[in-house]
Design a protein around this ligand. Sequence first.
Ligand code: GDP
Length: 534
Amino acid sequence: MLPAVLAARHPEPDLPQVAQAIRPAERSLLRFITCGSVDDGKSTLLGRLLWETGAVYEDQAEALARDSARFGTDGKNRDYALLVDGLSAEREQGITIDVAYRYFATPRRAFIAADTPGHEQYTRNMATGASTADVAILLVDARKGVLPQTRRHSSIVSLVGVKDIIVAINKMDLVGFDEAVFRRIEAEYRALAEQLGFRSIHVLPLVARDGDTLTRRSGRMPWYAGPTLLDLIETLEPVLPTDGRFFLPVQWVNRPDADFRGFSGTIASGQIRVGDPVTILPQGRASRIAEILTPEGTRSAAKAGEAVTVTLADETDVVRGDVITLGHRPGHTTGTLTARLLVLGERRLAPGDRMLIKLGCATVPARFEALAHELSVEDLSPRPAGHLAMNGIGKVVLRPEAPLFALPYEECRTLGSFLLIDPITHATLAMGVIDTVSGPSREASTRPGKPAPAVLPRFWPKSRVERTRLAVTTLAFALAGFLLTGTLAGALALAALDAIGRPLLHALQDRFWPAGERPASAPVPEPGLDGGGI
Ligand code: GDP
């Protein structure tokens, strides 16, 4: 799942002992996220939920009473948000910055809740939390109704594959528990979300601070006869991976000595048995599973979600980033892929840009071929755009510039989602999910409107780092010119030579020898993981 890609960079804490203790084998697990604008009451809702489900220990309750008096935003009353707003910076500013994961359980189910920031500049943290969630609880302040941030968060949770959304219209006490206000916001939200493809949309009136409609119906809103928030999160069934085909992205080539060569990773989908014929993608080499090893010992079979090391019957060349799949298949590499992108970094992304794409365990260079449209935050309608800025969501065409096996997100979450990374700074630029994948033929992937190769895009460096580097070397050249000639003219001449000459050389190189035809730059290794090829 996108989740997998993203979670690899922003690891969700391991399910701690407490969650394992509260999760007997027969109790199911639901991951949910709370999102919405700042001050809508996300932390209060989660804190109150922890309180009412008995997840708050005595010492925490005492600390809450103490902290509420010191930092609380609700007079002398308990400020439940303090149970989840862990960072002191958050407490002082009264906002949630990081993603806080909380674990709690009821007799019916165990939960992992991600409390995420509401401020627009923390959209990437929210997207991180959403990427592993089964259900999203989207808060709306009853006084404010649907806001741009409501639309943005809705499209992000839909983008990362969340299928069930609960819209919590909070602070109903501040609109006099008025049913008409609730119905108006509900109707507006349902109309807006129609195009987002959720499986279910539940809309609830809440007073998170006091617990109304949280774990029990509210006497103050007798007109609401639907389920409580707890009813919903206890009963909504997570969407299971739809695809049963076996895929094992190879995360590590495990070669402790000359006698053993294993391929380790987490099975993305399907199952495998010893003796099964397999194909290594994207190359298409065939082999057979010889052994399946897990931390608990040798196994005859393994399934999706399990971390395994497999050995193959042949001396097949397998490297990190390859994908092992079941059965005999021809090799398959990606020509272009159309994807929905959310820009996470400050760098604007535009057709012509080059970056690294990290998909499954593979990282290869890629080119931003075309921007089909951007989604308007106002009404989520598509509109033409020349670039995508931070927090922008758009439909794009990307071309990996080295062999890569990818799938549509609907078929496999792990191999259908990716991160885009700046090749120079290694900063995360964007996350995306794939809608369609085309084969490697250039014709098949050439689309109308594809920008012609241009000399100029590369002439003026796009990234701040490149521009800073250019400025520093130009200054150095100017100084050298001055020292050599002792004149201002000499300094200017050398500076101009560097400032114009170098970008021009780059531009000409891109024009006449495109990166796709140059040897690809090495994929970025992750520290301590890669055991190399055979
Ligand atoms: P967050 O930024 O979305 O996490 O919002 P918080 O949970 O920190 O809440 C922001 C403010 O709204 C705090 O002062 C809360 O006490 C208050 N608040 C939260 N829920 C309610 C509610 O249902 N009614 C009222 N009146 N205030 C609430």
